[in-house]
Write a protein that binds this ligand. Structure first.
Ligand code: ASP
Length: 339
């Protein structure tokens, strides 16, 4: 090789590194959750548990196959979340919980840590996979968040799959609403949203690290059973339920959204890493196990850094969760003791 062609190769290599922001060959990793809450071993049938674990594994493998093909982290996040949105077991997409008036209003967001671009939709009622609508907002609009009719109109014009609202009806969620209505009846009319009485959150989320060393995060939810007045939680709000930055980490949260909004949970974790020099485990445990516990906010997060280190702290009895790394073996957990 002549000196000139060697220089050409070196400058091409350095261009590639700076264009993609990090060394190629990062330890590809995907971490997911399917909601935190009061999840007790004794209350779950073995058949149900097997189904939950199977969907989590499918979601991990769907995202992982894209990462191992060298595709970007946002692709893996979207693919994993779509699998969980299509399952009736999680509170997102098909299994979304009901509002006070018996409708399903879905929220989702996605963020690309390499560009700091983000997209979100809230209060959508006809979009089969809200995470894909959020991605389209990120990539094809100048905005970050679209809500309600406007979001639905945008999604429709962009070719996102639209369904009849009845697609989201499931017996189990309907029964949960009936129970919540009875339990919340004495508190109605006081202008606030009663929380889901059974304290199972079920929102889904994913964080991913791609081979180029970039991070992404996404979260999708039906919100909280019996929510009223157009209530929107933390899920579609950047910095509350979802955040990703190549400077620190990718975070997706689940829990009682009002606390995650007020304590800007996802961004706080990133800020503790950026400005407080903490690692991903220390930062996410500080926020979930100290700040949120002191505040009385139930829930958990998944958080991942650019080296492939991840943490999944929660302050409830369980959190559906899973991870897959370089070895390609999906691992899933539900209860606390499995940690
Ligand atoms: N965080 C979601 C919300 O408040 C609920 C959940 O995590 O299941 O809308």
């Amino acid at each position: 090789m002549t000196r000139r062609s060697l220089l050409l190769v070196l400058s091409l290599l350095s261009f590639t590194l700076s264009a993609f922001g990090g060394p190629p060959g990062a330890p590809i990793t995907l971490v997911i959750h399917g909601g935190a809450g009061t999840i007790n071993r004794g209350e779950m049938s073995p058949a149900m548990e097997t189904e939950y674990r199977a969907v989590l594994e499918r979601a991990l493998l769907a995202g992982y196959s894209l990462l191992s093909d060298g595709r970007p982290a946002v692709d893996a996040v979207e693919a994993a979340i779509r699998v969980m949105e299509d399952s009736p077991h999680f509170n997102a997409g098909k299994g979304a919980v009901f509002t006070h008036s018996g409708t399903n209003e879905l929220d989702a967001t996605i963020m690309d840590g390499s560009t700091m671009k983000a997209g979100a939709v809230a209060v959508v009622t006809i979009v089969r996979n809200p995470i894909s609508a959020a991605r389209i907002v990120m990539e094809r609009s100048e905005h970050v968040m679209l809500i309600g009719r406007g979001a639905e109109l945008f999604a429709t014009t962009q070719g996102v799959e639209i369904v009849d609202p009845s697609y989201f009806w499931t017996e189990r969620r309907w029964r949960q609403l009936q129970k919540a209505l009875v339990e919340a009846a004495p508190r109605l009319g006081r202008g606030y949203v009663p929380a889901s009485p059974d304290r199972k959150f079920g929102t889904v989320g994913a964080v991913a690290l791609d081979r180029q060393g970039h991070l992404a995060a996404g979260t999708s939810t039906g919100g909280m059973t019996n929510k009223q007045f157009g209530r929107v939680g933390d899920t579609p709000v950047i910095g509350a339920g979802t955040y990703a930055s190549d400077r620190s980490c990718a975070v997706s949260a689940t829990g009682h959204g009002e606390y995650f909004l007020r304590y800007t949970v996802a961004r706080d974790i990133a800020a503790l890493m950026e400005f407080g020099d903490m690692g991903v485990k220390e930062a996410s445990e500080k926020v979930v196990l100290r700040t949120l516990v002191d505040a009385g906010g139930p829930g958990g997060v998944i958080a991942l850094d650019r080296k492939g280190n991840y943490a999944m702290p929660f302050n409830t009895t369980g959190m559906y969760r899973g991870a897959i790394g370089r070895d390609g073996v999906p691992r899933v957990w539900i209860y606390e003791r499995e940690k």
